[in-house]
Design a protein around this ligand. Sequence first.
Ligand code: UDP
Length: 411
Amino acid sequence: MNPETHERSIADYKPIVGENVIDQLQRLAKKLNGARVLHVNSTAKGGGVAEILNWMIPMLHDLEINAEWHVIKGDQPFFNVTKNFHNALQGKECLLPAEDERIYLEHNEKNAAELDLDADHVFIHDPQPASLIEHRTRGTWIWRCHIDISQPCQSVWDFLKQYVNKYNASIFSMPEFAQSLPIPQYLVPPSIDPLSEKNRELAEEEIAKELEKLEITHEKPILLQVSRFDRFKDPIGVIKAYKLVKKHKDCILVLAGGEATDDPEGPAVLQEVRNHAAEDPDIRILSLPPLSDTRINALQRTADIIIQKSVKEGFGLTVTEGLWKGKPVIGGEVGGIKMQIQNGINGYLVNSVEGTAYRIRQLLHNPQMAAKMGTYAREYVRHNFLLTRHIRDHLAIMIATQHPQETYIQV
Ligand code: UDP
């Protein structure tokens, strides 16, 4: 967890989002009357879910909600099984041996024995801890799915669905991700914290210091992709696009990413990326340690163009972060990236290596247009993807699940 995020108060966001937004949050929180809220996921660092919980818990405290965050424990076999679940839910072919079911259920059973699940509202994030619902004693339970499960491999989904169907409600990031379920479904896009270490304004000297540590100079335009070394993020496609651009325009490519603790495939993908980069000194592959937030912030603020060429994506927080830094983002036309990039206005949506290279060249040749698109990018995030909107949605869902019979709730 980033201790720095604990310092903030909800009032600090007034200058960014306006007073009315903050007043509304306080009114909604009062309705919940100090409720105990528990969030459970499977990794404390790396990846978008940990990123969100890192700021959400202290913000809920600030609104006088008794919120806690638990990370389930697991060994390598468990995380191998859940990684297979994750891939299967995102459409990869799958097998579900009885042994995998056993490992999954046993781990969650053990975790349940160690957790205090006694809460008014329990949010379970993604498939890893989903079967904890078997250990519910009370409260409303909400399954928060961050990934695209619209075309899952059936055997894994049939297995998990038995548990998901027992929740009071589910939350998906976008309608296209959802599944037909017998429980209510809410749509909540994720968001970013504009005051976090990763997103706060940085002084020129701070940026310069970070770049110096990385031995990166800004003599040539910089293209940047920040993401885990995961095939769905297509880092090799990014290298191919850079190589096409490089034939016409000199530039540097920075691929920055660490490994999430729940992703056993990371090292193999990183090795493939290194092989593709070969000896090109203008491709900088940065293996980031956890909590590299200032560094990521500095890189995003320095980059001329931010890329997120995913071929499958949940929401894509790195896109939000890039847009908030006032940069046009070139992103794969998948998942939540489609929700964030308005093609031709604040960035470009792409479907191929060639398309990516074309859009990179277009932006590099039109810096004024790129700057204007960057201004739109920041405003789009201010109105749609900051944490205040996200907290509002969560408070509203808790109130709604607490009063399932009421169709209208006065705030
Ligand atoms: N991130 C990070 N270090 C890394 C790679 C990524 O802190 O080495 C952050 C990134 O800035 C973003 C989040 O992790 O906030 C990734 O979220 P996203 O939704 O883009 O992808 P996910 O990893 O969840 O698939």
